[in-house]
Design a protein around this ligand. Structure first.
Ligand code: ATP
Ligand code: LTN
Length: 331
């Protein structure tokens, strides 16, 4: 069975973009792949976090993973910091990554070009820890949103580089991005991706735990355009195209078929249909979420997941350390 791996940062409440771009795909994959999914809490602290908020987000995040359908019997689910080998291999990978490569990472370039003064060195080396997360499990596939493709590319480059230098160490992973929903945009500014770190009064972002009436309101007031025609044209009609993407992703109806149905219908009807589909999805997730919080499943999932992950990660770390000459046999 091939291995599929991904992580989500618990840097705020999970949102519809995370669900469509990532979580629902993980759920679909877990029957056919060894799915490894973790909460990237170390990546999260590369930017400042409030400890109490972070702790709450961790629990919510894992509860939502489970509520969205991830099954701890099928998938390995754990907290990144519970498996220390990630950070240790991350350092070794950092020693095989060039500064030029890190300087080219758009996530870093974006933040530093905005003049952010106090970026941490952890933020700069973020991609080396991410490469470690991936390579330590010999992942075949890494399903991520478009924004993360560049980081997976770096993991591939470093894997090839280290394999060439030391002999076979790592599988070279492939990045998987879904055709529909890889980049859900903000409802209030459809030129920006829907993001939990972007505060904009939260109007643009639908959280998975939003009350249904609030979620509906956000969709009904989504920014569209004045062309009064329902077409999928990301360049000229980014708002409408985003709504079409959301609807298609949640109902599995192809975008063409939706636009055909909307030949003579307006944006109001489209928004209502999107709101219905989003609310139906949120309602299911939220009722399961409440059951999970009360069940003790979070703790058992994380301890079992960390146990299984450590066996794999520690073995790979040992192999790497041996191959690069770090270890002395003691028995
Ligand atoms: P932030 O919202 O703070 O920018 P993030 O949501 O991008 O963070 P994660 O929570 O780690 O960061 O993302 C988890 C997964 O969800 C990743 O695979 C990411 O690419 C995907 N994802 C995030 N936002 C979107 C979006 N708007 N559309 C589609 N996929 C997304
Ligand atoms: N950087 C990713 C989260 C992440 C991840 C990973 C994704 C951390 N390690 C390994 C895939 C594989 C993000 O911000 N979404």
């Amino acid at each position: 069975m091939k291995t599929m791996l991904s992580g989500v940062k618990p840097s705020g409440q999970l949102h519809l973009g995370n669900y469509i771009g990532a979580l629902r795909n993980f759920v679909a994959y877990q029957d056919d792949y060894q799915m490894i999914v973790f909460i990237a809490n170390l990546h999260c602290i590369t930017v400042p976090q409030d400890p109490i908020e972070l702790h709450t987000n961790l629990r919510d995040c894992i509860a939502l993973y489970l509520a969205c359908g991830l099954d701890p019997k099928k998938s390995i689910i754990f907290l990144q910091s519970d498996v220390m080998a990630h950070a240790q291999l991350g350092f070794i990978i950092g020693c095989h990554t060039y500064l030029g490569e890190l300087n080219r990472m758009t996530q870093f370039k974006d933040k530093s070009s905005k003049g952010e003064q106090n970026l941490s060195s952890g933020f700069y080396t973020y991609p080396t820890l991410m490469a470690s997360d991936i390579l330590i499990y010999d992942a075949d596939f890494v399903p991520v949103g478009e924004d993360q493709k560049q980081h997976v590319e770096l993991a591939r480059d470093v894997a090839i580089r280290m394999n060439n230098r030391y002999g076979p160490l790592f599988k070279v992973p492939e990045c998987l991005t879904a055709k529909v929903g890889a980049r859900i945009m903000s409802l209030s500014d459809p030129l920006k991706k829907m993001s939990k770190s972007d505060r904009d009064g939260d109007k643009g972002c639908i959280y998975l735990l939003d009350p249904l009436d609030k979620a509906r309101k956000k969709i009904m007031s989504a920014v569209t355009d004045s062309l009064a025609s329902v077409r999928f044209d990301k360049e000229n009609q980014p708002g409408v195209s985003n709504l079409l993407q959301i609807l298609s992703a949640l109902t599995s109806e192809p975008i063409d078929s939706i636009t055909n149905r909307y030949q003579s219908l307006g944006y109001g009807s489209l928004k209502k249909e999107v709101a219905d589909a989003v609310c139906a999805t949120l309602e299911k997730i939220q009722s399961r979420y409440k059951e999970i919080l009360a069940s003790g499943l979070i703790e058992s999932t994380l301890s079992d997941g960390a146990y299984r992950a450590k066996i794999l990660a520690n073995a790979k770390l040992k192999l790497v350390q041996e191959k690069i000459g770090l270890e002395i046999e003691t028995q």
